[in-house]
Design a protein around this ligand. Sequence first.
Ligand code: BGC
Length: 418
Amino acid sequence: MNMRNFASLAAGAALIALAAGSAKAAEEVEVLHWWTAGGEAAALNVLKENLAKEGVSWKDMPVAGGSGVQAMTALRARVTSGDPPTAVQMLGFDIRDWAEQGVVGNLDELAEKQGWAKVIPEALQAFSKYDDHWIAAPVNVHSTNWLWLNKAAFDKAGGKEPANIEELIALLDKFKEQGLTPLAHGGQPWQDGTLWESVVLSTGGMDFYKKAVIDLDPAALSGDQMKQVFDTMSKLRTYFDPNFSGRDWNLSTALVIEGKAGAQQMGDWSKGEWLRADKKPGTDFVCMRFPGTQGNVLFNADQFVMFDVGEEKRDAQMKLASAVEDPAFQIAFNTVKGSVPARTDVPGDQFDDCGKKGIKDVADAAKAGTLVGSLAHGYAQPGAVKEAVFDVITQHLNGQIDTATALKRLPEAVAAAK
Ligand code: BGC
């Protein structure tokens, strides 16, 4: 071969390599999420592996912090600098906020082809779509009004599921007698809010939850029932251990798993930690609706919002969205994560008893009109209102303000944030 031929061959090879390189770069998704606890990471691996099989590589952007508060701050910085990630784990009203800013992609073609509208519950679609266009792929349905019990401690305490707050308090007293931390709680605003919304639901039922949390009725936010809610929060606070401040939710779950604490109030992502520790529902732990809330579901659904990242990354983006809505993935992911499928057509037979209960509860509540958005996880109010409510709850729980002040501040804070 003469030098000239060699040079043109080499140039051709370089071009092919370049083309292959850029094709490869296009087949990558950068995903911002807050699934950093053991059970969460295990569930996310299912998605990473499925995408790898499709030739799409995964650039991880984890931002720790339950309920995604820190993740949303990180996202703001990326979007402001004109460099959004490909896809972002997001909840409820945050999805709407970003859609309003005109920076999200469009999933209509894929959603239409795969018939998402027929299988995604209306309550989720209300957030997965904006202006009648699909902008997010829902992954799951979680719910927050759950209580998790260490089975051995629970059996020792008589093994009867508490039916209301009074019975819950009696059970916590028994855990105390056993020398345990009765209630494992992590003092972070979103966790305080998660506990509070279960107490609201238990205290006044769904009508009261809707009046106070959805309608933001000032009388409901400051009346007798709300007084009872704050009194219960003060009482529950006496069952925490001294190290609760700032503790991550999964570390509290670990205390219950290890038998150092009796119970934890937390969303069903908590189950992911139990499973990760090789524990079985009914044998090692008990899942039950927070006492007094059976029949009602405060939901939050993780969704992947696709950002407008340009044509060359669209193919990988659609592969991600498609992988998320694949029925087999919905089973593989949600059995590990603790949530239930976002699709209503996915069979539940591979789920454990807690998962089966979750699926049935969500379906029943959807029919009964008692499937309502969680405030603490972004499905009841926009971020500003949520944060304003958190401030009052957390200050009260930490003893910085008394109940009378909390009742005065709550409607004021909400009105200012609306
Ligand atoms: C998310 C869950 C997550 C939990 C704790 C919730 O807001 O919806 O997927 O496991 O926060 O990180």
